[in-house]
Write a protein that binds this ligand. Structure first.
Ligand SMILES: Nc1ncnc2c1ncn2[C@@H]1O[C@H](COP(=O)(O)OP(=O)(O)OP(=O)(O)O)[C@@H](O)[C@H]1O
Ligand SMILES: [Mg+2]
Length: 396
């Protein structure tokens, strides 16, 4: 991929939710801050607190920890494989034959991050394989990935307007006029992957819900793209059903859409639905997945005195309890702890530091319940498991 001119440190290209193709290109090129080069610990400790070099080192470590790494979790890898296959199977398929995918999951399981990581990697591969399509003289005319983050109570027209703004297409005129321009430019831009994030924001009122559903079907039929949608409780969205009881939900796995009894919609015939759930610890493979994620985030810490693999080996269950198996909670807890460890000079993420961090309301509520359950006599044997070494960290 062609290198981009260096961005000043004070700017945040690639960090905000992309709203235009230029934002998306920034995201594709965005590289998180590299691991800072640290002087020996003694040298660091000998620096005066006001030494500009020491302050610079603290600043760069905070920047680095604030991004930490994004983990290619088993779920991310699974969906990457699914989406790549769909893209290949849909590339020259006729209208109406293209199958699309909905990724359904509760808040903060990493849905948006996942689709952006996959979309970014897909475009990076295209940039490598077909550099001529991205030549500067084409001035961004090729836009293989369109990422649209929906806003609440979004209507069909707003969906088209969001795509129009993304592609720099005029937004004036009637819905039909905008739709027409949007379809023309999705085709002209060679868009292959059309991502709708937060699809649960579709207006679910009876009239608008029906219209939104029809609109997504219209786009799926007429735009030569593979559509990937994410959202919360999509099974209840007008996209899939007009009512009826939901099927069972499995944790920490991707499952094929279970049957539901309500009348099927037309989009339900075009989208598969799979779930993304928080990590669970109900079986050995699930435990190994969680430990593997803890391990990859722990390996990324840039701290002088952090005991290697202490989180992976000793605190993996505590981390699950604290975060309810949420990747967002885990990422937040380690980011905050690392910043605090640098600030306090302990230079290690310890149980004490993690205990002192207040996470989101939802995570703290869930943890309070776990603590309450653990205080019951029957739960005593559980804590022993927390220290058991695991095959995933290579220590078993
Ligand atoms: N693969 C990952 N590796 C590391 N951290 C991640 C990963 N995925 C998500 N996170 C962390 O979790 C945070 C929330 O993730 P994200 O916004 O993708 O969740 P979401 O499921 O889209 O949530 P919502 O339903 O609220 O939109 C991210 O900002 C990041 O800090
Ligand atoms: Mg999201």
């Amino acid at each position: 991929m062609a290198p981009r001119p260096e961005e000043p440190e004070s700017l945040h290209p690639g960090l905000a939710e992309p709203r235009t193709k230029e934002d998306w290109f920034d995201y594709v090129f965005y590289e998180p801050p590299p691991r800072p080069q640290l002087p020996p610990y003694d040298t660091y400790m000998a620096m005066d607190k006001e030494d500009p070099e020491r302050r610079r080192l603290i600043h760069s470590r905070n920047r680095y920890h604030s991004a930490l790494v994004l983990a290619w979790t088993p779920a991310v890898q699974y969906f990457e494989s699914e989406i790549t296959e769909l893209l290949a199977a849909n590339e020259m398929a006729p209208p109406g034959a293209r199958l699309s995918l909905l990724i359904d999951g509760p808040p903060t399981v990493g849905k948006s991050t996942l689709v952006k990581m996959i979309g970014r990697k897909f475009e990076q591969a295209l940039r490598k394989d077909f550099p001529e399509r991205f030549a500067p003289e084409r001035q961004g005319a090729y836009v293989p990935v369109v990422y649209v983050s929906l806003t609440d109570q979004v209507t069909p027209k707003q969906i088209s307007l969001a795509i129009a703004r993304y592609l720099n297409v005029p937004t004036s005129g009637t819905k039909d006029a905008v739709d027409d321009r949007v379809l023309t430019s999705l085709t002209a831009c060679g868009t292959q992957l059309l991502i709708f994030d937060d699809l649960h924001f579709l207006d679910c009122s009876h009239k608008e819900g029906r219209a939104s559903n029809d609109h997504i079907k219209f786009l799926a039929n007429h735009a030569p793209c593979t559509i990937i949608g994410t959202g919360v409780d999509l099974e209840d969205s007008p996209l899939l059903s007009e009512g009826g009881p939901t099927g069972p939900v499995k944790r920490n796995t991707r499952v094929k859409s279970p049957p539901r009894n309500g009348p099927r919609t037309q989009t339900a015939g075009r989208f598969s639905r799979q779930e993304l759930a928080p990590f669970a610890l109900d079986s050995k493979p699930e435990i190994l997945q969680w430990v593997g994620v803890v391990n990859s985030l722990e390996n990324a810490l840039a701290l002088y005195r952090h005991e290697k693999k202490s989180l992976t080996r000793r605190h993996w269950r505590y981390l699950h309890d604290r975060t309810n198996g949420s990747i967002a909670g885990l990422h937040a807890l380690l980011r905050r702890s690392a910043v605090r460890a640098v600030k306090q000079g302990t230079e290690a993420v310890t149980r004490e530091i993690m205990d002192s961090i207040v996470l989101s309301y939802a995570h703290e509520r869930a943890y309070a319940k776990v603590v309450e359950l653990q205080s019951r006599p029957s739960a005593k044997s559980r804590s022993k498991l927390d220290k058991k070494p695991s095959a995933a960290d290579g220590s078993a």
